[in-house]
Design a protein around this ligand. Sequence first.
Ligand code: SAM
Length: 330
Amino acid sequence: MKKQSLIDQHNRHLNYLRVSVTDRCNLRCSYCLPTSPFAKLPHEEILRYEEILRLIRLAVSLGISKLRVTGGEPLIRKGIYNFLEELGTIKGLTDISLTTNGILLKDHINQIQTAGIGRINISLDTLKRDKYQQITGRDRFLKVWDSIQAALQMGFEPIKINVVALKGINDDELQDLAHLSFDYPFHIRFIEYMPIGNVEVNPRQNLLTPEIKKHLSALGKLVPIARDVDDGPAERFRFEGAPGEIGFISALSHHFCHQCNRLRLTASGQLRTCLLSSYQVDLKNPLRLGYSDNQLAQILLEAVQHKTREHNIAKKTQTCISSRMSAIGG
Ligand code: SAM
């Protein structure tokens, strides 16, 4: 029998799964969490680790080879380090990475490395302690900076620093953040703000990549880096003489849908075929109703056929995606 795999209608081979293990977070970032009170997912609605692992194994059998663990904040979920270790034992997963706000990273960095996580993305939108508190609602800048330094010492490679660029919030610091690439081998990645959920940030505060590049032009010429087959959506550059890199993730100004190879599994077991679409398919209930691997595989294969050719977030007809970034996983 022909082996089935995750290929969508537009002939994109989906080999990258991003798994949100929790909708909870220990930060309250203004651009991520809703302004109005929101209910956290009840515990029973969140997939158990064994359920997540079953779905991951299944997805791997259908062609997933890259996996990112995200959230919410993944490191606050109890049992996360055992889960990461389990992931490391799944044959066929050749690349396992983690996105974290870094607060708990330093204290558990050995366990994370032992589990086989090589690549870490750490979110940091400012280098100022007071502004960090203003953006995230918590005074944790020093902890995060310590974690970044610890990750460097431990040899994680690359260490990517995710910066969501926003007017009136951190546009005065874009050069300082980019300058880190001269001092460290970090990949500083500027991310265009995506309007997901009803958050404090006004979509007009969004800074698009061309504007961000203008801010950085005073630091020198950005030299493009040739793309690798395994590269994500970031456009990659380096300032001459810098050990680190600069990346731009331009979901709005220069969408990369034609090369999108991603699927997302939310904390509540919904499969999302596009971050910027509200379309999702439930896997939790079928799992809990005792569906066989074959039946679950059919749901996955069918869902990917609904992956849209491209998102329409930049068009006026759709301004905001339902759900929260913290529940979907960025
Ligand atoms: N808690 C982890 C962290 O802080 O990295 C992982 C989850 S967080 C949702 C993943 C990434 O999404 C972070 O880099 C965050 O800055 C980014 N993010 C959150 N809301 C966003 C938005 N509306 N637009 C663009 N990026 C966003």
